[in-house]
Design a protein around this ligand. Structure first.
Ligand code: FES
Ligand code: FES
Length: 166
């Protein structure tokens, strides 16, 4: 039996019905068509499905959609403002922090959440924080570089979204 939920997704209110067994990632991708959030493993290991829930990075394959009732969810589609990339997205582009790009939305969401709580994160902090985000292409070096550059961009307030998700 479907259950009614109300939440905010990328700043917009959403009220809809979901089946109780539907994962949050399935809800975002299949019902809301926010397909930037990827499914790499479905077992909470790869981090490709990372989104922000009430400002914290979570793996959206690891919770049910009904558990997000009343929450504020941000997906990768919610980071850019008026077509302007979020500083973390821009840094991934500048630093070549991606190859196939499959892991990238999860990496960016995880990285932005880290910088919100640890604006002065060191390289060691970044490497430790991204422990739950797997990339099979890049070797991580440019990803770490991108996160540090993105952190600097977020600190300088280059994008209003960085403040909005604080
Ligand atoms: Fe969620 Fe891999 S799809 S952690
Ligand atoms: Fe391909 Fe990370 S860029 S999995």
């Amino acid at each position: 039996m479907a259950i009614s939920i109300s939440l905010t997704v990328n700043g917009a209110p959403v009220t809809t019905e979901v089946e109780p067994h539907i994962l949050l990632v399935q809800f975002l991708r299949d019902q809301l068509r926010l397909t930037g959030t990827h499914i790499g493993c479905d077992t909470a290991q790869c981090g490709a499905c990372t989104v922000h829930l009430n400002g914290r990075a979570i793996k959206s394959c690891n919770m049910l959609a009904v558990q997000a009732d009343g929450a504020d969810v941000t997906t990768i589609e919610g980071l850019a403002v008026n077509g302007e990339l979020h500083p973390m997205q821009a840094a991934f582009r500048n630093c070549h922090g991606l190859q196939c790009g499959f892991c990238t939305p999860g990496m960016v969401m995880s990285a932005t959440a880290l910088v919100q709580t640890h604006p002065d994160a060191t390289e060691a902090d970044v490497r430790q924080h991204l422990d739950g985000n797997l990339c099979r292409c890049t070797g991580y070096h440019n990803i770490v570089k991108a996160v540090l550059e993105g952190a600097a961009g977020m600190k300088s307030g280059a994008n209003a979204t960085a403040k909005a998700i604080a």
